[in-house]
Design a binder for this molecule. Sequence first.
Ligand SMILES: Cc1ncc(C[n+]2csc(CCOP(=O)(O)OP(=O)(O)O)c2C)c(N)n1
Length: 646
Amino acid sequence: MNYLRMEGEQLPAFKKINSPLDLKKLTLAEMNELAGEIRQQLIESVSRSGGHLAANLGVVELSIALHYVYDTPHDKIIWDVGHQSYVHKILTGRGDRMSTLRQYGGISGFPKSEESPYDAFNTGHSSTSISAALGMALARDVQDQHYSVIAVTGDGALTGGMTYEALNHAGNAGLDLTVILNDNEMSISKNVGAMSSYLNRLRTDPSYARTKDEIEGVLSRIPGIGPNIARAAGRFKDTVKYLMVPGIWFEELGFTYIGPVNGHNLEELITVLGNVRKMKGPVLVHVITQKGRGYQPALNDPDLFHGIGPFDINTGKTDRRLLPTYTEIFGQFMVDKGREDDRVAAITAAMASGTGLKNFALKFPQRFFDVGICEQHAVTMAAGMAKAGLKPVVCIYSTFLQRAYDQILHDVALQNLPVIFAIDRAGLVGEDGPTHHGVFDLAYLRSIPNFTIMAPADENEFLDMLNTAFTINGPTALRYPRGIGAGVEIEPQRRILEIGKSQTLREGKDLGIVAIGRSVEMARDLTTILAEYGIEATLLNARFVKPLDADAITALARKSSRLVTIEDNCLQGGFGSAVVELLADYNINADVLRLGIPDEFIEQGKAEILFQYLNLDPESMVETIIDHWPDLIPNATWELRKIGEN
Ligand SMILES: Cc1ncc(C[n+]2csc(CCOP(=O)(O)OP(=O)(O)O)c2C)c(N)n1
């Protein structure tokens, strides 16, 4: 394959596709040609913008077949997680915008109804598609409308509890609904769990092949095929390599199971889906695909190419970073801690590499638990472990931990169990956008009794906080951002921090600034700029969101009566709110300016761009502060500077 084409140049078959209607004019040979071109386009686009490559390379033929057979957007396709929807985007008129993928103002890396009528339902978090599809199918029937609803879900998504809740309901409801199970044996890493083993048996064990009678039974339910043709099932099976195996588990739930189907054979896919479209009741089509198909580096390492930053198209290599990320620092800490204490256990919900636990898993396989995409189960399981004497560390991204709110509250906090929550990707995560920004955790955690909540300002403080977390006899949350930290040199000596104690980083008479986590670094730059205007600020690194350092914060508010809070969390209920509540409780009348994420969902884009868009970069924050308290600076100077800039 020629990986090096000119940016923006379109390939012959690719050029012809502006909508699924164009697809329907192609011959099978042309569609196969198109599949090759789409793979090339995907590799090129993702090499520039980063994104979810491997899963998309695996669903090229499936996406083509779906849009060929079904009448979209009248028929609704719901992509589970949605990270595999790039091919669907290309086929539905967005091929020419692939160069803007995941960028600020560009097309989203996930299905987005606001972007296209072909994106039937917004997704980003796993295992929601069958529930959403069922909801649409129910609404369709209640309103006596007529269209097909298809949920495309992965075998990884099948480890998530919502899937079973939806299958349970759908099988019983018995209405027309199609679930495509896109089985590539991979979640992000190798898939886990008993269901994964079951699917593996369906794929490989010939004893699961259906008897002729059973095949006839299923085929006779297809309108237009009927009993006579069904009797020729053996021939039918041979001609289109159409295998029907019991999938007894799905059948028992009320689904007609069809498969396994070769997800890279367009002819087979189109034939099978064409028949499925006519079938009544809930149907599950088991499609076998290969993650990373068509690009050797992705085939070699589908885990890395699940979600990857920009890479060299010829070698598949990404740029090496000089500084370690928070995730990497956490991973090393866990290995050290695991060695020191054999009660330390690590739990991930299908994100072993994303959360930095790969080495811990290798070194302590008995104490490493990848439970699949089931954050709720992960949290309650950790509660059980803590109750029974282990020291569990639950490592989940901020956005996915939202799933487990009740488990955190009811199973962990209510029993005051010492579970440590390592909350990675807190704050704005960048290109994955609104489904993935981790900007709500401070708000959703801080209302829960018994919790200690910390956020580090730099790498050393992060390690000290992790160290401190193991000394706390109750639930503890540590939230830290995606990527590298402040870049400080890591000191060998670890400390135990005093719980609820902030750190004063700078003293100044004009106003007080209290920042938390990643915002502390920005606040430092902000105070430097303020000083250039002759404004001297006191800067507190809060370290703890709960308990707050009431002494230091109230003293600061009393001293200056002008207080700024800075956080990369939602303002509603977040850190600044905690400070305001504290001052109200102490009856302190201070003017508090809260800076953070406003009450809206934040778009995708590089974090630096998003911070600017939100006026949360140091320069913009200076402007906001001076606009809020114009008397801090002789007006003329400020206005002159602004004029000078324009
Ligand atoms: C609730 C939740 N937890 C974790 C993730 C992160 N995640 C994104 S894709 C993925 C794996 C999905 O595997 P599968 O459904 O088999 O799809 P594939 O990538 O193999 O096509 C995971 C764990 C998520 N999106 N949502």
